[in-house]
Design a protein around this ligand. Structure first.
Ligand code: PRX
Length: 635
């Protein structure tokens, strides 16, 4: 049954039409008319959506455009995202509904109802307040994928302290520079976490980062693995000790925040230099994540939602922590590796917990596909009704495997395109949308996107160009922390008045969007976002290295792999051992995800006359492609 308002025959290419069992109860039953309406009058659209949530004081103005690109949403409104994520559900039947089901890699489990999650959050908020954390202080969180990560984030938000979550797979330098930029005085970490049957040395890494970083005064340590760690007297405290103190009572006032007050800072890789702190707010981010989740994943009270990302990335912030709770949903969270102890781990958990919607990244799908169909076929996956994909373009082969083998041909795939900066889904199907494998389909309501050329003019259908967003939206980043110039420069300068995504894309004649990839020096490795500059600076921090260049080269499983080119210092000779040492050095400084696939020793690097490394040329050479315009190359 075809329910979309577009006539079936007009769509070109390979199209999968939505199934009746999915569309019949979908929250949104038509796209085109509602989309056009939302574009004509975005303020009414977003004002109505905001009205579905609770505010301590209603906004005076939906959007303030008086000082672009520093847009403000729901100006004058007062709320707190945690009030809407937790407090308000306690007055309804959801009080005793499960908010979070968690399974650790070793197989231990924990569950939290809205009531008990709120209790833990209140306790931990009181702990943070007793340690002197005040509204506006940035707290750094460096934890494995355990419930305390969710609790810590919510506790910070509740008392108005923006959180800065550092992904637990990051390492010493990555953690140290994020703490430094945020000037955090409190760090929340754990002794370790489980991954592939081994423990990750989180506290040891944190200790090393803290030795480089003097701003931290207190470090709260969750006991997860029980491994031996060092606890610095007067600085390090066990989480469980603090939570059992008499101050940790079960109630705590939720701070009333201005809609535009920062909710969190999340560092992400950019084109140059150090990661930038993307700032999101209590008001706009709340309305945006709430709405996108409700419409795209059509969430219902009986669903069991599983976003298999890490809360430490934007996907986890928005769609593990905030959007599901804002919608009163039940989320599943898993600590460890998808193939531990066997490649059926995910499928077994879907069967076990009755997961109804799975949202993951193409790299994970490709990784699991590699083990063959039998692992999935052993399990009853009939609870699934929708699937989701995020982080990089999904190749049609992986799409079809996901659709046929995991979804058993019954579950449409929501391929959601968005970014750390956008807060939530920007281009995505709805359950009613006819799908084309590999396309994120159409823009979300209120989102005005274009594909344009260097001069800013729209390119013809099917042609590649810069993907831009023409109008502000509530979930957009507000600035780069402590660096508003970088915010303007990076996102709003190349095409004045438009948000530059950094991606290239094509729009086909049906208006379907095909994301091609980054046009800048950002590399997506297994869906993780890394900057060439970060990898290069980690390489140069090694005593043997004089200069380095890093590029992304297509990789079957990871999407892209990092290839590094290194000029050694005088008197140092390259060897396989040194190459291995350099790869490990990058992993130690940034994290295992940044470990270069190859390190090649070279005598020179191709540079422009102004001294910039021509990574484009390195990439062309690595791929055996034409070198293109080399007129700016120095001799
Ligand atoms: O290149 C796009 C790619 O991921 C980038 C954003 O990365 P990050 O900020 O880490 O956020 C990832 C999760 C939201 C984008 O610029 N990307 C994200 N989703 C897709 C995608 N590329 C193609 N298809 C997608 N669905």
């Amino acid at each position: 049954m075809f329910q979309s308002d577009e006539p079936r025959d007009s769509i070109e290419g390979e199209v999968f039409y939505p199934m009746k069992q999915v569309t019949k109860n979908a929250t949104v039953q038509e796209y085109e008319r509602l989309y056009q309406e939302s574009l004509r009058d975005p303020q009414t659209f977003w004002g109505e959506r905001a009205g579905e949530l609770d505010w301590f004081r209603k906004w005076d103005q939906v959007l303030d455009e008086s000082n672009p690109p520093f847009y403000k949403w729901f100006v004058g409104g007062k709320t707190n995202i945690v009030y809407n994520a937790l407090d308000r559900h306690l007055k309804t039947f959801r009080k005793n509904k499960l908010a979070l089901i968690w399974e650790g890699e070793p197989g231990d489990t924990r569950t939290y109802s809205y009531f008990s999650l709120n209790r833990e959050v209140c306790k931990f908020s009181n702990v943070l307040r007793s340690m002197g954390v005040k509204k506006g202080d940035i707290v750094t969180i460096y934890l494995p994928r355990i419930p305390e990560q969710v609790i810590a984030m919510l506790a910070c938000a509740k008392i108005g302290a923006p959180h800065s979550v550092v992904y637990g797979g990051f390492s010493v330098e990555a953690l140290a520079e994020r703490i430094e930029d945020a000037q955090s005085r409190v760090l929340i970490t754990a002794d370790g976490g489980w991954l592939r049957g081994k423990t990750v040395e989180l506290k040891n890494i944190a200790d090393e980062a803290l030795a480089r970083q003097p701003t931290i005064e207190s470090c709260i340590v969750v006991k997860r693995t029980g491994q031996d760690i060092y606890m610095e007297p007067g600085r390090d405290y066990w989480y469980h000790d603090l939570m059992s103190l008499p101050i940790s009572t079960n109630s705590c006032q939720t701070e009333a925040m201005d809609a535009e007050d920062p909710l969190f800072v999340l560092y992400t890789s950019g084109t140059t230099g150090r990661p930038k702190g993307v700032v999101h707010t209590h008001g706009g981010y709340m309305v945006y994540t709430y709405t996108t989740f409700k419409y795209v994943f059509d969430i219902k009270d009986e669903d069991r939602w599983w976003c298999a990302a890490d809360p430490g990335w934007i996907t986890g912030h928005s769609y593990i922590v905030y959007a599901p709770l804002l919608n009163g949903a039940t989320s599943f969270l898993y600590e460890g590796a998808p193939n531990h102890p066997y490649p059926n781990r995910w499928w077994r958990m879907i069967e076990n917990y009755g997961v109804t919607i799975l949202y993951t990244a193409p790299t994970a799908i490709r990784g699991l596909m590699r083990f063959g169909d039998a692992w999935a076929n052993r399990h009853d996956l009939s609870s699934l009704r929708l699937l989701g994909s995020v982080g990089e373009p999904i190749n049609p082969e992986a799409w079809k495997w996901y659709f046929n083998v995991i979804g058993r041909g019954n579950c449409p795939i929501m391929d959601t395109w968005w970014q750390t900066e956008t807060g939530g889904f920007m281009i995505s199907p709805l359950p009613i949308t006819p799908l084309k494998p590999g396309s994120a389909t159409r823009p979300f309501f209120g989102i005005d996107v274009d594909v344009i050329n260097e001069e800013g003019a729209p390119v013809a259908a099917g042609e590649e160009g810069y993907l831009v967003v023409n109008k502000p939206w509530p979930g957009m980043l507000r600035t780069v922390y402590r660096d508003p110039d970088r915010y303007v420069q990076q996102y709003w300068t190349k095409f004045p008045g438009r948000y530059q995504t950094g991606d290239s894309a094509r729009k086909d004649k049906d208006g379907y969007m095909w994301i091609i990839g980054r046009m800048d020096d950002v590399i997506k490795v297994s869906g993780y976002r890394l900057g060439t500059a970060e990898v290069e600076s980690a390489l140069v921090s090694h005593q043997a290295v004089a200069e380095a260049a890093a590029i992304g080269v297509p990789h079957e499983l990871k999407g892209n792999a990092i290839h590094a080119y290194v000029i050694l210092r005088n008197n140092v000779t390259g060897s396989d051992r040194l190459a291995e040492e350099l790869r490990n050095h990058v992993a130690h400084e940034i994290g295992p995800i940044a470990r270069p696939e190859t390190v090649t020793f070279v005598d020179t690097l191709p540079k422009t006359r102004s001294g910039k490394i021509m990574r484009r040329l390195l990439r062309a050479r690595a791929l055996g492609q034409p070198e293109g315009d080399v007129s700016t190359l120095e001799d």
